[in-house]
Design a protein around this ligand. Structure first.
Ligand SMILES: [Fe+2]
Ligand SMILES: [Fe+2]
Length: 193
């Protein structure tokens, strides 16, 4: 299966706006894949399809999450934002025959992150946050960091994300907390601390 096939399938389930976002995430992820010597083909497919389930009916997302990943979604079924990631991994497997674990996990964890993320998962996670049309406070700092040290970029991004979630009195997924703790330890260790 080639990229054009996946693009065609993606167009069937996404609005033009979201499809164009997916293309920008793919291009950003490809640049990062080159910088960090990741597998370009895997990164391309994962980035392109990361929001595959974004516009599916919420009821379908909840039903699938209960089936595929209850443990990670049960406390968050009303926090709609995270469901499309978990359900997305399920649907690209069922609808598009994707079986590569790294691709599936990149889609599954692109919203919450998780501890021990693989390189490809980190690339999709941060590419989604910094694609060229993203505009929020500190995005330029995160863009710059992403090219220098992907762990520090994600740590900075996740700190800002958690601050934002707190200021909105929103739920924070436990994977996001674990991601932050893992990165803090990792970044500190790499600084020789
Ligand atoms: Fe998403
Ligand atoms: Fe996205």
């Amino acid at each position: 299966m080639d990229i054009n096939y996946f693009k065609k399938k993606l167009k069937e389930v996404l609005s033009e706006k979201r499809y164009n976002h997916s293309i920008r995430v793919m291009e950003t992820a490809q640049e990062l894949a080159k910088l960090y010597n990741a597998n370009i083909k895997e990164v391309t497919i994962a980035a392109l399809l990361h929001d595959y389930a974004k516009e599916f009916p919420k009821k379908d997302l909840i039903d699938i999450c209960k089936e595929c990943c209850l443990e990670e979604t049960n406390d968050y079924l009303q926090a709609g934002q995270i469901l499309h990631s978990f359900a997305g991994a399920h649907f690209v497997n069922k609808h598009l025959g994707i079986t590569d674990t790294d691709i599936l996990n990149s889609i599954k964890y692109h919203t919450t992150g998780r501890e021990n993320m693989e390189l490809i998962e980190k690339i999709i996670y941060i590419a989604d946050a910094i694609e060229p049309q993203r505009s929020y406070m500190h995005v330029d700092e995160i863009r710059k960091l992403a090219k220098e040290n992907i762990d520090q970029a994600i740590l900075f991004e996740v700190n800002k994300k958690i601050e934002y979630l707190i200021s909105n009195n929103s739920i924070i997924h436990h994977n996001t907390i674990k991601l932050r703790n893992w990165l803090i330890t990792k970044v500190l260790n790499n600084q020789g601390g």
